[in-house]
Ligand binder design. Structure first.
Ligand SMILES: NC(=O)c1ccc[n+]([C@@H]2O[C@H](COP(=O)([O-])OP(=O)(O)OC[C@H]3O[C@@H](n4cnc5c(N)ncnc54)[C@H](O)[C@@H]3O)[C@@H](O)[C@H]2O)c1
Length: 377
């Protein structure tokens, strides 16, 4: 698969390495900041780079475009990508409004292109295994799925989310709800079905109202190497949420509750309980999956080896602290890239990835969250 990368910031740049590891080739990279496109091209030996999206989209040697720009720029770039007839992997969340997400779904469907959103947590083998177990009826009919994800990214100076970058502003698609809960909400729905948005209630709370402004000469990519050395120039008021919760009913009648926070001091990562009318599955903060049916004793469950990620077993099992710690996310991204390679080449229609219509449900729920903004003390 030949890939065009739009957006050479923190995530786009690292995704190039992941595509290469997955056996794909990134043939062109574009960023509105020319130095970023050039830096990524030099780093990975990519022959073509540009600061113009139209130049990348005009190429006829691209099978898939990965759009890794901030969410408030996704609509314009993904729409242009579809108009150019290219298969597209959009970053998450899909735009900053359900209205725009719906337009993209309609445009992609009309153009007949492959459309995917980068919710790579679906590819963790433990989650693949759980999805299969639920489909096979291990817990009977699912009744309650309660998911928690507590991280410290927005307290950690190694991450852009610590600073007053776009990730700290709601309008740009920042805050824990849009940046983080969107992943866990997608994951949960991919296992137990899609929320009826009209049943969703939630809260979105901002506790940290100011964050350090990053010196403009420091790109988020460089930030990873700088940590607490990153030069800052004062504090800025921010409005991104630090805690977000959603509860609702899925179309199959499951009570789904998801809560995410990203400013806790002692993260427990991703943990959850899934109860059905015939059994139970739970994931603890050590990344261990347990389950039982009826009167059986609860036992540890391990994903079958054939579900292993390209570089080994489940990341949940490896880290215990959730799947988004730095490079961890990369292994699942590789599995996603390989799945996209199979679908864009026509070798298979089977896919695990999130499609635009599914992302639209998540975006609609996130929109309703935005109406319940609370400013914590
Ligand atoms: N799937 C995941 O796990 C995951 C993790 C982190 C970030 N993301 C997503 O990746 C995207 C990028 O995040 P990031 O942390 O790399 O941000 P970033 O700010 O580090 O990089 C974004 C880059 O996009 C460029 N850009 C902005 N508008 C553009 C346009 N119209 N055309 C071309 N380039 C443009 C910017 O110059 C910048 O270099 C976001 O949508 C974010 O939500 C996803």
């Amino acid at each position: 698969m030949r890939v065009g990368m739009i957006g050479a910031g923190m995530f786009g740049d690292s995704s190039i390495a992941r595509f290469h590891d997955a056996g794909a080739e990134v043939v062109s990279v574009c960023d509105v900041v020319p130095d970023r496109a050039r830096a990524s091209a030099e780093k990975y030996g990519i022959a073509h780079f540009s600061d113009k999206v139209s130049e990348l989209l005009a190429r006829d040697d691209i099978d898939l475009v990965h759009v890794a720009v901030p969410p408030n720029h996704l609509y314009e770039v993904v729409s242009a990508t579809i108009a150019a007839g290219k298969n597209v992997l959009s970053e998450k969340p899909l735009t900053t409004s359900a209205q725009d997400a719906r337009k993209l779904f309609e445009e992609a469907t009309a153009a007949g292109v492959v459309h995917a959103v980068d919710h790579e947590m679906r590819y963790d083998p433990l989650h693949c295994h759980v999805r299969n177990l639920v489909r096979e009826g291990f817990i009977g009919r699912p009744r309650v799925f309660s998911v928690r994800d507590f991280q410290r990214y927005a307290r950690d100076q190694r991450y852009p989310t610590y600073y007053a970058t776009w990730t700290a502003f709601r309008e740009a698609g920042g805050g824990v709800g849009q940046q983080h809960l969107s992943h866990t909400l997608d994951l949960a729905q991919s296992i137990v079905g899609w929320l009826k948005p009209e049943t969703a209630v939630g809260h979105s709370v901002t506790y940290m109202h100011q964050r350090p402004v990053l010196d403009p000469s420091v790109t988020p990519v460089a930030l990873f190497g700088l940590g607490d050395q990153a030069p800052t120039t004062g504090l800025a008021d921010v409005n991104g949420d630090d805690v977000a919760t959603v509860s609702g009913l899925t179309s199959t009648g499951v009570v789904l509750h998801v809560v995410s926070g990203w400013t806790v001091h002692h993260p427990t990562g991703l943990t959850w309980e899934l109860y059905g009318d015939e059994g139970t599955l739970t994931l603890n903060s050590a990344g261990e999956l347990y389950g039982a049916r009826h009167d059986q004793e609860v036992q540890r469950i391990v994903a079958p080896p054939e579900l292993a990620l390209p570089h080994g077993p489940s990341l949940l099992e490896q880290s215990g602290l959730g799947v988004l710690e730095g490079q961890c996310v990369g292994f699942m991204f590789e599995a996603l890239a390989q799945n996209l390679a199979r679908t864009t080449s026509g070798a298979s229609t089977e896919h695990v990835y999130c499609t635009f219509d599914e992302a639209l449900v998540t975006r609609t729920v996130l929109d309703s969250l935005a109406q319940s903004v609370i400013t914590g003390e």
